[in-house]
Write a protein that binds this ligand. Structure first.
Ligand code: PEP
Ligand code: MN
Length: 338
């Protein structure tokens, strides 16, 4: 059960609500986000919800049978929209494209990418400055100096930044220079990181873990929400299966399922899912048809020279074509109300 409290609730009203809930032996967790105050109540007893809902100080009350609560669509039926400012919104009727290189490499590369994005009306650029690499000898990112340079150039061009944060100690130094924190597939269950991102007033995109289930992704989002941050989006990026013909197996099913189970925007990452450049376009379009609110993909002026993930990175010509096709496909989806 979730109870949303009135913002001006007083202490004695809150105590009265809590003692009524304790009376039915439910465990209470108080959640105070940047916008709202909730009591998340977990228990087994059957009770008449009206006996609690009538108490003063309650704005809204719902039973939520899912184990994740605040991110569940059983609690909030309206889809969440994330507002990045400057008219840029993600979710519910907006189709968002985020594109850029796997890794931020140089001033020249940032400039070329920004030019490409501007020419195609894309306002969110992706790129890693902290790179989780399987081998410690691979390029591991330009770090905070690279992020500052990128931010300087992107903000002048009116471009927002999404970049991966790998550990708690990076949150504070990154804070002023990113618009969206990305939690990578290797960190989906880094609960300390998720807790700390809950204290931040910037949106968070959470990727599905490499071997994580849909429910585990939702629990990860619940961590961030219950620690205080409601501005979340979920990302399907492929999971590891027994199939070896592609980098990962895109779980296309997860897109409509997540959209049904949760009110959060759902984004798809075809680049890391299939991992093969010539197939990224087909897979990206499938994600749009499946109902994704957005797609994040990798692009580079010269993919063959990219410091990381070149094999799955589109060149600017391919990227431009994909952007146009995704927009037309999205319009088609809307037209037929799929
Ligand atoms: C990335 O976005 O470059 C990345 C490392 O993604 P993932 O965490 O999905 O592997
Ligand atoms: Mn990558």
């Amino acid at each position: 059960m979730i109870i949303q409290l009135e913002n001006d609730i007083n202490t004695s009203q809150k105590e009265a609500i809590k003692s009524r809930i304790e009376g039915i032996h439910y465990m209470i967790t108080e959640v105070n986000t940047q916008r709202n105050n909730y009591l998340v109540c977990v228990g087994k007893a059957d009770f008449d919800i009206r006996s609690i809902g009538n108490l003063p100080g309650i704005r809204d009350i719902h039973r939520v049978s899912d184990d994740y609560k605040l991110v569940s669509s059983k609690w909030k039926t309206r889809h969440t929209v994330i507002d990045l400012g400057d008219g840029i919104r993600i979710g519910n009727g907006e189709f968002t494209i985020m594109a850029g290189p796997c890794s931020i490499e140089s001033e020249e590369q940032i400039a070329r990418t920004i030019e490409h994005l501007k020419a195609n009306n894309i306002s969110i650029m992706r790129g890693g400055v902290y790179k989780p690499r399987s081998s410690p000898y691979s390029f591991r990112g330009l770090g905070i100096d690279g992020l500052k340079l990128w931010h300087d150039m992107a903000s002048k061009a009116g471009i927002k930044i999404i970049s991966e944060v790998m550990q708690v100690s990076q949150i504070e130094p990154m804070y002023d220079y990113v618009d969206i924190f990305q939690v990578g597939a290797r960190n989906t269950q880094n609960f300390n990181l998720l807790d700390e991102l809950g204290k931040v007033d910037k949106p968070v995109l959470i990727k599905r873990g490499i071997s994580g289930t849909v429910d585990e992704l939702l629990y990860s989002a619940e961590y961030v929400f219950s620690a205080g941050n409601e501005d979340l989006m979920l990302c399907e990026r492929g999971i590891r299966t027994y199939e070896r013909s592609s980098r990962n197996t895109l779980d296309i099913n997860a897109i409509p399922i997540l959209k049904e189970k949760s009110h959060l925007p759902v984004v798809a990452d075809p680049s890391h899912a299939i991992g093969i450049r010539r197939h990224v376009t087909d897979v990206a379009l499938a994600c749009v048809i499946a109902g994704a609110d957005g797609v994040i993909f990798e692009t580079h002026e010269e993919p063959a020279l990219a410091y990381s993930d070149g094999q799955q990175t589109l060149d600017f010509g391919q990227s431009e074509k994909l952007i146009k096709m995704m927009r037309s496909t999205y319009d088609l989806r809307e037209e037929f109300a799929i």
